[in-house]
Design a protein around this ligand. Structure first.
Ligand SMILES: Cc1ncc(COP(=O)(O)O)c(C=O)c1O
Ligand SMILES: [Zn+2]
Length: 387
């Protein structure tokens, strides 16, 4: 059911995430060409209080005041967000941690948290009159974009590695998306997208190369805060590819802090989890490498194979500002973690979510996480999509 969404967007302007140059929010924008970095949306949020959440829909549009869509007739929603926060019972004792939670994004439309970013980005695309969107994707973002484009009446082109799950390819096609398969990884898909966009005028929805998928993803942070009664967890563990979820949650926490919605000044430590087969961010965090590049190999956690993430600097900033860290897990760790969580807690994790769980175990063993701390692991997708 769709509760009435009162349009109170307080979005006011965009800035370059590097130099602060201002960009016009009334116009179609991509990224900050001044510094070749992502754009950040700013809000005039001083009048948005918790009271405004009363009678708001049980989906991410409850935070519409802090989202960029001005006219609610442009909102394309499939009831995304408002996903469960599971309290784990047996696993915490096993790893000597008292309070462990899973934010379970598997129940979103099209089975992953990508629905958040694409609900907002496609709604905004509709508002801006865009008629054709194109996306390079490991899979899930392409499925989500196809669904929202179908509902919006916007043409969708999805460029995906040949090795992505068959089920996701069928999903895209069933939802009316034009599927293009590429021999290679997501960066090869990105190059193909640039060519097609130049030829057809399609709008490029690549991660962080347009500003509004980030705004959708930040609602993950708003929801975590709301579910923890406005007191943030000590640690959030996030399986990272292009980094929108990580950067988005951190943006949410900054906005909530500014609005004085949080009941403590605690800073959550943010953790990037990547796989042995592709870990450009860990190379930067641990080995001080200057640029994010990696010679990748296939991983069952498809979404984490992003060898050259565009938003590397923004991700590093989150890790530095939050006192966070990065950790690598193996394919075996992922498989073993899927089984462990399923048999112990009855929860089926996506391989990416299982990577985050595997990362948690390593950090608990190293005592980087302490016994009394509250930890939230993000399961970004549904196990059922990987077959
Ligand atoms: C299930 C899943 N988890 C995590 C990620 C990584 O997300 P991000 O690119 O926002 O870091 C993806 C991206 O494809 C994904 O599909
Ligand atoms: Zn700039």
């Amino acid at each position: 059911m769709n509760t009435e969404i009162e349009t109170i967007s307080t979005a006011s302007y965009l800035t370059c995430s590097n130099c602060g140059k201002i960009y016009d929010i009334q116009r179609q924008q991509t990224f900050a060409h001044c510094c070749n970095q992502p754009l950040i949306t700013h809000y005039n949020n001083n009048k948005f209080t918790k009271v405004h959440l009363k009678n708001k829909p049980n989906n991410l549009w409850r935070y519409a005041a802090m989202l960029p869509v001005f006219d609610n007739s442009n909102i394309i929603s499939l009831e995304e967000g408002f996903t469960p926060m599971h309290t784990l019972h047996k696993i915490p004792a096993k790893y000597a941690i008292n309070h462990l939670y899973i934010k379970d994004e598997g129940g979103n439309p099209t089975g992953s948290f990508k629905a958040r970013g694409l609900s907002v980005a496609i709604s905004k695309a509709k508002e801006l009159g865009i008629e054709h969107c194109i996306i390079p994707t490991a899979g899930n973002a392409g499925g989500a974009m196809s669904a929202y484009c179908a509902k919006a009446g916007i043409k969708a082109t999805v460029v995906m590695p040949k090795t992505s799950a068959q089920l996701i390819k069928e999903e895209v096609q069933l939802l009316g998306g034009q599927l293009i398969e590429v021999n290679g990884f997501i960066q090869d898909c990105g190059k193909r997208v640039q060519q097609i966009a130049a030829e057809t005028g399609a709008f490029d929805m690549s991660t962080m190369k347009e500003p509004y998928r980030l705004e959708g993803k930040k609602t993950l942070g708003y929801e975590i805060a709301e579910q923890f009664n406005w007191q943030l967890p000590d640690v959030i563990i996030y399986p990272t590819g292009g980094g929108t979820g990580l950067i988005g949650m951190w943006k949410a926490f900054e906005e909530l802090q500014q609005m004085q919605w949080l009941t403590s000044n605690k800073k959550t430590r943010m953790v990037i989890v990547q796989t042995e087969n592709c870990n450009p961010m860990i190379q930067m965090i641990e080995k001080g490498k200057k640029d994010a590049t990696f010679q990748p190999a296939y991983s069952i956690a498809n979404g984490l194979v992003v060898p050259t993430p565009f938003a590397e600097k923004s991700m590093l900033r989150v890790i530095a500002e939050s006192n966070g860290t990065g950790i690598v897990v193996s394919e075996t760790d992922i498989q073993q973690s899927i089984r462990e969580m399923a048999r112990t807690e009855g929860l089926l994790l996506s391989p990416e979510g299982a990577a985050a769980f595997a990362g948690f175990k390593k950090l608990a063993e190293k005592k980087w996480i302490e016994e009394q701390e509250t930890v939230c692991i993000v399961n970004t997708g549904s196990w059922y999509k990987y077959h």
